[in-house]
Design a binder for this molecule. Sequence first.
Ligand code: DGL
Length: 354
Amino acid sequence: METNQVVFLNSFISCQISDSQLSKNVITQDQLYKRAPKRIGLFDSGVGGLSVLRHLVSVTQSEALEFVYLGDTARCPYGNRAQGEIALFVEEIVSWLTSFQLDSIVMACNTSAAIAKGAAVKAAARVAGVTVFDLIEPTADWLIANPPESLGVMATINTAKSKAFSRALTARGYAGKVVEIGCPKLVPLIESGRLGQASCEAELEAALIEYLSALTGVDGLVLGCTHFPFVADRIEKLVSGKLKALYPLGLKLVDPSHALALQLLGLDAPPVVATAPNDYQTSAFKIYTTGSAVDFALAAASCLGQDLGVVSQLDVAELVAAPRELSKKVARSSTASLIPQSVSIDVTTSPSFA
Ligand code: DGL
């Protein structure tokens, strides 16, 4: 059986789907076009938010959608930074993103959402008609409709400390146990570009064993950092293998991208992933990093298992300057260029939307 990728369906079932299953339950392009935002911005501290982008692209398979992604790799990780610092970064990034005339901005970084959702909403309000989404609220909604008896949340130290997931669940009446743990060793390994290499895999396994051993006694596990879906297969292998004695009943993984996709696209029923995205190298994708474009592309490839295509480098200084550029530009014209003036591009083609 040829499998495509791990997807998360109803009732916490994570599974491999076959080609024969792909034709069923896929949202039609007509249904999607009516409800989906057209241009979507996403941001994360690094490559983690690409797990969200990958999921959205898998679900929609729509050439009518355009995506702008910023990974703030120069300042990654956010997971143990001060709250005020994260709020400032979020304000800078969202202000920059608003110059792309987006319909929606996805905080594809749960640390940012846990700490600074308000800063994102405030910055997005600079321009009319942009809705800010995070992954925590939709996940809590989805979990209430599909409640586990008890739940673990693997996240960054900041997200775990904020108790953002348990607060969102409690506010919706969830009465089960929620255990949130910080897993600071994972993001640097996932960002390293060495996923799949023996030395990295050994470190990763040791870290996952440490964290999963601290979480026993839960039957559902939220991947509460957007980097973590990239190691979901390693978690599943440990739970059904080396750690089976700790998890005799298994552990049902929840990827928040799924709930986000439902909310963002305005869908009632969970769509089945159509196919793995096959091409990020089209004009529908604008990918930026504040770090090295080469390192970002390498890390992305090691996570996605495929080449991301063009990555443009944006200096933090230029990102920070963007809000001033933007306010001048928006004041002057309602048809501002899609590309902020200050962006430096390390490729020969100009990254404007076709
Ligand atoms: N991927 C991010 C999250 O979901 C942030 C990871 C980090 O920078 O520590 O929290």
